[in-house]
Ligand binder design. Structure first.
Ligand SMILES: Nc1ncnc2c1ncn2[C@@H]1O[C@H](COP(=O)(O)OP(=O)(O)O)[C@@H](O)[C@H]1O
Ligand SMILES: [Mg+2]
Length: 428
């Protein structure tokens, strides 16, 4: 009998480039993604914004299309003609703003990746909720609103607390808790003000409407999965810590420290969820709350987790999610048969100094040689202004540490984080 999962195999002469390498199109993302694709033996067609393409990409990119790829109406005809001269067999994005363009390109050229409908649903939190609620999977009261009256009506129908958030953004932009009746007006006002404060380039859509959801109380974790022709394999579980006020992630650690039976429940839910939304290929990053009613889905993306979660997964489970994502369409890596067992612990903690002007950064040399340190990034310099912590991009850097277990990694990470000091003075 023929196996039901057939790797794409080597390209035929008319499919591949002159040197016979199979070709992948990559939309957006960091240079390391093109590097990994190149190292897998793939020829790389890279679709990137002109201002995000530089020398770092050159050694790994065979053909670049530099264009504002979010403008898919313009991009699709260009990609169609690009595909005629540089045919590619798969298109992938591991970067939030590239997911929709990649899905549209895939759909247009019939490359056999995840359906456009699935990708659109994962990007639209309201559509995803309706889809799940209609099927009784992780039901959560949710509605779209525009005005204070809409929010009042939702609170009257569902009680307090509730969450107000954008329908299609990321990075915890504009996520607010309404805990009290008196929060209703200020939350709506602050939500609408955001659309004016932020650069449209950083936003996926307009901030004129918001999603209102019942507040899911409980600890939060996220789950990394890889799907192989509709078969989902849980790769990593990650405990998350966030600020209470703005839901901004301040840290992650792997493997999750929740008890095994609870993690099995989470796995069952996530697998059911991925089936219900129709995801069939590649990575997904799914966020889950452990409520007293059981695990509930917050949201999911068909990409690897942000916040360097992929690095945590590599340390804790020895799995490079990017490589699997890039290799899978070409059958270059054996599909995972089962979840990997953790081999270590990993943790990231973010630098969140108080608002002000940076006068000095100390402690960097002190931690540089620490054996537990995996990476330290300080993204501010003396003279920079630290804004109030309002979304992920207002964090000032991070420390990643490893240990024998998650507990050990967290302890190292917090020790190293405390040693790096960002000194600030008030801005006058
Ligand atoms: N219904 C909810 N109940 C409780 N917390 C929520 C809810 N929705 C979102 N959150 C919190 O806000 C964070 C950000 O929301 P999310 O939908 O994941 O937005 P983003 O796309 O910006 O990550 C979540 O990780 C979670 O901590
Ligand atoms: Mg999220």
């Amino acid at each position: 009998m023929l196996p039901d999962c057939k790797p794409a195999g080597p390209p035929t002469a008319e499919q591949g480039p002159a040197d016979g390498r199979p070709t992948i199109a990559v939309v957006g993302g960091k240079p390391k993604i093109t590097q990994k694709a190149h190292e897998l033996g793939l020829s790389v067609v890279y679709i990137q914004n002109p201002d995000e393409y530089d020398r770092a990409h050159w050694p790994y990119v065979d053909q670049a299309l530099l264009v504002d790829y979010a403008d898919t109406e313009r991009v699709l005809p260009m990609v169609r003609s690009l595909h005629q001269s540089f045919p590619f067999q798969a298109v992938i994005s591991l970067w939030e703003l590239g997911l929709l363009p990649a899905a549209k390109i895939d759909n247009e050229l019939g490359l056999g990746g995840n359906s456009l409908e699935t990708v659109e649903m994962l990007l639209d939190k309201s559509r995803m909720r309706r889809h799940l609620n209609a099927r009784g999977v992780s039901p959560v009261a949710a509605e779209v609103g525009r005005t204070e009256e809409d929010l009042r009506a939702f609170v009257a129908a569902n009680g307090l607390p509730v969450v107000v958030k954008p329908i299609d953004e990321a990075g915890s932009i504009g996520v607010f808790a309404v805990r009290d009746e008196s929060d209703v007006a200020p939350v709506v006002e602050r939500f609408h003000a955001l659309g004016k404060q932020l650069d449209a380039k950083d936003l996926a859509g307009d901030l004129d409407r918001f999603l209102m959801e019942e507040y899911l109380e409980g600890p939060e974790l996220s789950v990394e999965t890889l799907s192989f022709e509709g078969r989902h394999v849980l790769v990593a579980t990650t405990d998350k810590v966030s600020t209470e006020a703005g839901f901004i992630e301040t840290g992650h650690s792997q493997p999750s420290r929740h008890p095994e039976p609870l993690l099995r429940e989470v796995e069952e839910l996530v697998v059911e969820f991925l089936d219900v939304v129709g995801l069939r290929h590649g990575p997904a990053h799914t966020e889950v709350k452990l409520t007293c009613r059981g695990p509930a889905i917050i949201e999911s993306h068909n990409r690897v987790g942000g916040d360097r979660i992929s690095d945590l997964t590599e340390i804790a489970y020895g799995i490079d999610m990017d490589r699997y994502a890039l290799a899978a369409p070409f059958g270059l890596l054996e599909p995972l048969r089962r979840s990997p067992a953790p081999v270590a612990g990993s943790a990231i903690r973010f630098l969140t100094p108080p608002p002000g002007r940076v006068t000095e950064v100390t402690g960097v040399e002190e931690v540089a040689d620490d054996p537990a340190l995996y990476d330290l990034v300080v993204s501010v310099r003396p003279g920079d202004e630290i804004p109030p912590l309002s979304w992920s991009d207002s964090r000032a850097g991070h420390v990643i540490a490893k240990g024998g277990t998650a507990e050990e990694a967290i302890a190292h990470c917090e020790r190293l984080l405390a040693a790096v000091r960002i000194h600030v003075e008030p801005v006058t």
